[in-house]
Design a protein around this ligand. Structure first.
Ligand code: GLC
Ligand code: CA
Length: 563
């Protein structure tokens, strides 16, 4: 196996808008990140994935790019960005930028030209189709609600937008489009960045006939089977690899919603030269019912979750590929509110999930705030929401008469609106949690009083200090990086356990995913016994005596070095 640097890396994802505001305008920014590099170093991470910082009208917080070669005014300027890169590199931290190949902003120069007439060089950069004023060219739904087509009065045609109407989809079948995008990627790599996270990259190749979808796909939406892992996706990724990544030591991380195991295997198989790793979505959709976007969380089984993790590790083993591991990000609820118990065992379950993230095979991605055990937000009015997806979907449902007011969807929004993960980082218990001196662009979670960096640093049993321990353990035990993944107790509904079998040593992870106590026979699980207890998430325990049977407390996590 090749031991590329990104296999060893622990990644920290920064959502700049909500990280740290340096100038009091209520919006996090690049100088704000620079002020906190000590914190990143203190955590021990190796790589930062920065959400989009390009010039954007911010309909979708930077995922609608107006100019790929310019920094968003609110975040600073190119000088600030260069200084950030330099500061990070100086501390040995690498930087991965977010790149958005599937769509631009409708304010991007290409789209402004494209829309002007039916016949111009840029027309074919996007998908323009005639329909009639009442009916769009096909029945695809936008991921953010409503039709995926918008009628444009100027030329009396529709354009395709899988996301918001301010995010028109680029036509990758046009070689000019691909060339332009590769040029931009090379331009950034030449500036010295260490790779890209490629936004919804498995959506870029559409079925050229753009057919009507007679079925409903995931989230009850129509169209995905004609653009997820589409007809030319592999040849486009291979071309991108040749034109952009070949000969560079840069990592390519694909975001691949709804990806199937078979296609996923192709993306990561090293000899195919497509991507280095992908974010699959099975474990962030398995707990939703099929009630459309406003799915309610359903009761889920641990066996299902374990099966998902095993399935994708088999893909890596079979192909020689690699996994990207994440439990939350800027599009998902806070992991402790979703998979843990943020009411009764917040600290314990946050640490348990951290143990899973950092000891299972693959490169771990920590989403900002997760290391503090930050939780979902108690939204009580639509005016508190900022996310275009949540707002559009709510308005769409109102329009259809499915709901009248916010109260009816409150629980669902509190569970899974993307804004749950976008509230500012809680640095202190003080005003605005120390995030800004001004008015924050989105509310600070009221639990900043008890959950904040300042308090977490002081408390040796904090979630934050537990993350630091886990990160440094990964550095000390190569088995946690390259060790073979061996799941145990597959059928157990409470225990998530696995070994990482390395060249010189083997590590065992045991996680009690229940809010009750659980006794477990260690002598059955590991007949040869263990050499040392590396970590547990309950403090001050004398666990050395528990050699044959162990008594796990609610959400207890343990890590053993085996004989
Ligand atoms: C990805 C991003 C998400 C964005 C969408 C459209 O899923 O992570 O935040 O809204 O793509 O660009
Ligand atoms: Ca600011």
């Amino acid at each position: 196996m090749n031991k590329e640097w990104w296999k060893k890396a622990v990644v920290y994802q920064i959502y700049p808008r909500s990280f740290n505001d340096s100038n009091g305008d209520g919006i996090g920014d690049l100088p704000g990140i620079r002020e906190k590099i000590d914190y990143l170093e203190y955590l021990g991470i190796d790589l930062v994935w920065l959400n989009p910082v390009y010039d954007s009208p911010n309909d979708d917080n930077g995922y609608d790019v107006r100019n790929y070669r310019k920094i968003m005014d609110e975040f600073g300027d190119m000088g600030d960005w260069e200084a950030l890169l330099e500061d990070l590199h100086e501390r040995g931290i690498k930087l991965v930028m977010d790149f958005i190949p599937n769509h631009t902003s409708d304010e991007h120069r290409w789209f402004r030209k494209s829309r002007k007439s039916r016949d111009n060089k840029y027309r074919d950069y996007y998908f323009w189709r005639s329909g009639n004023e009442k009916e769009p060219p096909n029945n695809w739904d936008s991921v953010f609600g409503g039709s995926a087509w918008k009628f444009d009065d100027l030329t009396r045609e529709y354009y395709l937008h899988l996301f918001s109407r301010k995010q028109p989809d680029l036509n990758w079948d046009n070689p000019e489009v691909r060339k332009e995008l590769y040029e931009i990627m090379n331009w950034w790599l030449d500036k010295g960045i260490d790779g890209f996270r490629l936004d919804v990259v498995n959506f870029i190749s559409k079925n050229p006939k753009l057919p009507d979808d007679t079925t409903r796909g995931p989230y009850g939406s129509r169209g995905s089977k004609y653009y997820v892992d589409g007809p030319n996706i592999h040849s486009y990724l291979q071309e991108m690899n040749r034109k952009v990544f070949a000969g560079r030591d840069a990592v390519a991380i694909g975001e691949t919603p709804l990806v199937s195991v078979d296609e996923g295997a192709k993306y990561v198989e090293p000899s195919r030269n497509e991507l280095d790793m992908i974010f699959q979505f099975d474990h962030v959709t398995f707990d939703l019912d099929d009630g459309g976007f406003w799915s309610h969380p359903k009761d889920w089984n641990l066996t299902e979750l374990k099966d998902i993790f095993s399935r994708w590790r088999k893909v890596a083993a079979r192909t020689g590929g690699w996994n990207a591991t994440y439990l939350s990000n800027h599009d998902q609820p806070r992991m402790v509110s979703r998979l843990g118990d943020d009411a009764n065992f917040r600290r314990e379950s946050a640490k348990l999930l951290a143990t899973l993230l950092l000891t299972i095979s693959g490169t771990p991605f920590i989403y900002q705030g997760e290391e503090l055990g930050m939780t979902n937000y108690p939204f009580s009015d639509i005016s508190e929401l900022r996310d275009v997806q949540t707002i559009n979907q709510f308005n769409e449902m109102k329009k259809k008469g499915e709901v009248e007011d916010f109260e009816e969807v409150k629980d669902k929004v509190r569970f899974w609106s993307r804004d749950n993960a976008r509230t500012p980082i809680q640095w202190t218990s003080g005003e605005n949690a120390g995030f800004t001196k001004g008015e924050p662009w989105i509310n600070v979670n009221p639990n900043k009083e008890s959950i904040n960096v300042e308090a977490e640093k002081k408390d040796e049993n904090s979630v934050l200090n537990y993350y630091r321990d886990l990160i440094s353990l990964r550095k000390d035990h190569e088995a946690l990086i390259y060790g073979k993944y061996e799941p145990l107790m597959d059928d157990d509904e409470e225990i998530f356990a696995f070994k990482r079998r390395g060249k010189d040593e083997t590590v065992l992870t045991v996680l009690n995913f229940s809010d009750g106590k659980r006794e477990l026979s260690l002598s059955k699980l590991i007949p040869k016994g263990w050499r040392g207890l590396l970590l547990s998430n309950y403090p001050d325990e004398n666990l050395d005596e528990e050699r044959t049977n162990i008594n796990l407390k609610p959400y207890e996590a343990r890590l053993y070095l085996l004989e």
